[in-house]
Design a protein around this ligand. Structure first.
Ligand SMILES: [Zn+2]
Length: 105
């Protein structure tokens, strides 16, 4: 069972997540958006299993969050300022992202 978030909020240009195991993670919004797991950002494997990675263009509104929605108690669905909202960041995925981020300097 992966940890559940107790609190999620946007603080400045970061998403702050407090987990129920006592950990806190801060995700820079830009990194979070670039890691959007939806099919139009991250791509989908084709029939041969080859991952097709779409070219995603961002604008100055792409790295801000309008609204945070929790989906089904297992994932975060941010609504970005440019209107994009199809990415579901499961708690597990966020945990993985957190361990991929460089440690705070
Ligand atoms: Zn996306």
């Amino acid at each position: 069972m992966s940890p559940q978030p107790l609190n999620i909020q946007v603080v400045g240009s970061e998403l702050a997540v407090a987990w129920n195991d006592g950990r806190e993670d801060y995700f820079p919004l830009e990194a979070l958006r670039r890691a959007c797991p939806c099919a139009s950002c991250a791509g989908e494997p084709d029939v041969t299993g080859q991952l097709y990675r779409p070219i995603v263009s961002y604008n100055d509104k792409s790295f801000g969050i309008t609204k945070l929605q929790i989906v089904g108690g297992y994932a975060l669905q941010p609504v970005w300022n440019d209107g994009h909202s199809s990415g579901l960041y499961s708690w597990q995925y966020l945990g993985k992202l957190a361990s991929d981020l460089p440690p705070p300097s």
